[in-house]
Design a protein around this ligand. Structure first.
Ligand SMILES: Cc1cc2nc3c(=O)[nH]c(=O)nc-3n(C[C@H](O)[C@H](O)[C@H](O)COP(=O)(O)OP(=O)(O)OC[C@H]3O[C@@H](n4cnc5c(N)ncnc54)[C@H](O)[C@@H]3O)c2cc1C
Length: 292
């Protein structure tokens, strides 16, 4: 089923994100985790694409096996940074032949060993160009990334949201946001881009916190701002993985509960390939709904 149909058939849609294991780790490890995730009946599972296309083959294989072995819908992430049109053609053909018809189309970040990478010299400069290209090449469902606080490369948030609107107009079916921890940022972002004329589903990307090191990494990497409640949590529990895990899970449950009760098109959960997070966060949500 294409993304646009999924969001027409059941709202709020529940989706998960998984990442391919490193090349020296067997694929079965993540396939077993996905098997575990299946019990929560996600509407689809998306598979990330390693920086610079490093996981290309594995992304396609996992997305294919999710459909074939588990009967779940899958979305393959695809970044265009440093890729040629010909390389993208090969990937699209690979996906088509394997029955994967949904793509999360992204620009990608500069390669780690080249932080001053010049995007303007590539065949694709922005995700919008990849989206236009995919639209011309075939009948794929297309998701794209959105940033509740603006993308970090863009100096002005309003400018980033103008770029986002232009990206959606190239043929996007669905927006998934970068992780955030303050729901007020999401409401403001959603209201603003709706007023700008964006009508596609806008889905919050949620990554439950599970230890202090992870929170510090998030702070340094993607620039997502942390509400004071989290900084207090970090101060209080940051030295104990067990306490921080419990506090992080409770925070995620509350955050998702509030988003769902205010009305969202879906929840996209980044569970870091951890069945324990899936069990505790989704189990907690069930408890709140009074289900056994
Ligand atoms: C839900 C989600 C999933 C992700 N999955 C992956 C993954 O699997 N693999 C991976 O490597 N990365 C992933 N990323 C990270 C993403 O690749 C980076 O955030 C990247 O820096 C930007 O990608 P984009 O598709 O948002 O780029 P774009 O939409 O192209 O935007 C990039 C920057 O360019 C600006 N811009 C856009 N169009 C124009 C224009 N016409 N003129 C001037 N400026 C413009 C934007 O404002 C922004 O600052 C993901 C991000 C999200 C939110």
């Amino acid at each position: 089923m294409k993304l646009s149909e999924i969001y027409k058939s059941s709202v709020p849609v529940l989706s998960f994100e998984v990442f391919p294991p490193k090349p020296d780790i067997p694929l079965e490890k993540v396939m077993n985790i996905i098997g575990d995730f299946k019990q929560y009946s996600p509407d689809f599972i998306s598979v990330t694409y390693g920086a610079g296309g490093s996981s290309r083959g594995r992304t396609v294989e996992i997305a294919t096996r999710i459909r074939k072995e588990y009967g779940l819908e899958s979305v393959a992430h695809l970044t265009c940074v440093g890729q040629t049109h010909e390389e993208v053609d090969h990937i699209l053909e690979d996906l088509r032949q394997n029955g994967v018809y949904n793509i999360m189309a992204l620009r990608g970040d500069p390669p780690r060993n080249n932080p001053n990478f010049d995007f303007s010299r590539g065949e694709f400069k922005y995700a919008s160009e990849l989206i236009t290209y995919i639209r011309k090449r075939g009948n794929f469902g297309i998701a794209a990334a959105a940033y509740t606080e603006g993308h970090q490369d863009c100096k002005y948030i309003d400018k980033d949201w103008e770029n986002l609107k232009r990206k959606v107009d190239c043929g996007v079916d669905l927006l998934i946001t970068q992780l955030f921890y303050d729901n007020r940022l999401f409401w403001h972002f959603r209201d603003t881009i709706r007023k700008m004329g964006v009508t596609v589903p806008i889905v919050p990307g949620i990554m439950p916190m599970f230890n202090g090191r992870q929170i510090r990494r998030i702070l340094s990497m993607c620039g997502a701002s942390m509400p004071s409640e989290i900084l207090i949590m970090l101060d209080k529990y940051g030295d104990s993985d067990e306490d921080m895990y419990r506090a992080g899970v409770e925070y995620a449950i509350k955050q998702i509960q509030e988003l769902v009760s205010e009305g969202v098109d879906g929840i996209h959960l980044e569970l870091m390939n951890r069945p324990d997070l899936a069990r505790d966060v989704l189990g907690g949500l069930k408890r709140l709904k009074g289900e056994s």
